[in-house]
Ligand binder design. Structure first.
Ligand SMILES: [Fe+2]
Length: 252
C-alpha cells in the first residue's frame, strides 16, 4: 500500500509513554515508511490534570527538533505535530484549546476519559464544535466499548456526525475486533491510525490492518478510510496556513 497518512502516533522521543529514544523513533518511522505511510502526525499525550501546557510545548519542540536533526538524511515519512488531548469537564470553556489541535488546524484528537462519558461530555463536544469551531476526532473509539454509556455515545456520534478514529492494532484483538465490526456496519469510523508507541510492544500495524479490512469488510471501506486521512491532511495544511495568516493579521 502507498501514500497513507497516519493521524495518531507516539513517535517523538522522551515526551510521553511512546518512543524512548531517538533511535527507536527512527526505527518506528522506518517501519511506517515501509508500510506505505508518507505523512505521520506525532500526537503525544497531554493530560490536563498533571501536565503544564508551557512545558508541554517546549518539550514537544525540543523532541521534534532532535528527531528532525537525526532524520535529515533518512527516507522517512513527513512529520506533522499534534497532540492527543485527554478530555476534561469544561474543555469547551478553554480559550487556548487550539494549541492542542493537529498541525495548527482546528481538528483536535480527543481521548475520552471513560468514566466521564456522560451528558456533560456530549454537550462539551457540541460546544467545542459549534462555539469554538474546533472539530473533535474521538481517538480509538473502540476502546470505550466496555463503558455503560457506549451505546449512547455511538448514537450521539451518528446523529451529530462526530469524527472517530480506530487503532489498527485493535483489529487483531478479539473483543476490539467485534466492536470495530459493529462500528464499521454503523458507518461511524472516520479514520484508522497506528497509535504506535514503540517498535516492539506497540509497533505500527497499518498495512496488516488495512489488508484485513479489505478482506473482511471490502475494498470500499478500506479506500474510504485511506481517503479520509488523506483529505484530512489536505484540510489541515490549508487550515494551518489560514490560521497562521489570521494570527499575523491580528498581531499587525
Ligand atoms: Fe495514543
Amino acid at each position: 500500500m502507498r501514500n497513507l497518512v497516519d493521524i495518531h502516533s507516539h513517535i517523538l522521543p522522551f515526551i510521553d509513554d511512546g518512543s524512548k529514544s531517538t533511535e527507536e523513533s527512527i526505527k518506528i518511522l522506518t517501519e511506517l515508511k515501509n508500510q506505505g505511510i508518507t505523512d505521520v502526525f506525532a500526537t503525544p499525550h497531554f493530560f490536563p490534570q498533571i501536565d503544564d501546557d508551557g512545558d508541554f510545548n517546549e518539550n514537544l519542540q525540543n523532541s521534534y527538533t532532535e528527531l528532525k536533526n537525526a532524520i535529515k538524511d533518512k527516507c522517512v515519512p513527513n512529520i506533522h505535530l499534534g497532540c492527543e488531548l485527554l478530555y476534561y469537564y469544561g474543555i469547551s470553556n478553554s480559550d487556548s484549546i487550539s494549541q492542542f489541535c493537529l498541525g495548527g488546524s482546528n481538528f483536535l484528537l480527543l481521548e475520552l476519559a471513560p468514566y466521564k462519558i456522560k451528558n456533560k461530555l456530549l454537550k462539551d463536544i457540541i460546544s467545542l464544535r459549534d462555539e469554538k469551531k474546533i472539530i473533535p476526532i474521538i481517538a480509538h473509539i473502540e476502546r470505550y466499548s466496555y463503558t455503560k454509556s457506549f451505546g449512547k455515545l455511538l448514537k450521539f456520534i451518528k446523529k451529530e456526525k462526530i469524527l472517530t478514529q480506530i487503532n489498527a492494532s485493535s483489529l487483531f484483538e478479539r473483543k476490539s475486533y467485534k466492536t470495530i465490526k459493529k462500528l464499521i456496519k454503523k458507518d461511524i469510523v472516520s479514520f484508522i491510525a497506528s497509535d504506535t508507541h514503540s517498535i516492539d510492544e506497540r509497533p505500527p500495524m497499518m498495512e496488516e490492518a488495512l489488508t484485513l479490512i479489505e478482506q473482511n469488510f471490502g475494498q470500499d471501506v478500506k479506500l474510504k478510510l485511506i481517503g479520509n486521512s488523506k483529505s484530512l491532511l489536505e484540510k489541515i495544511l490549508e487550515e494551518s496556513k489560514l490560521n497562521a495568516k489570521n494570527k499575523q493579521l491580528i498581531s499587525n
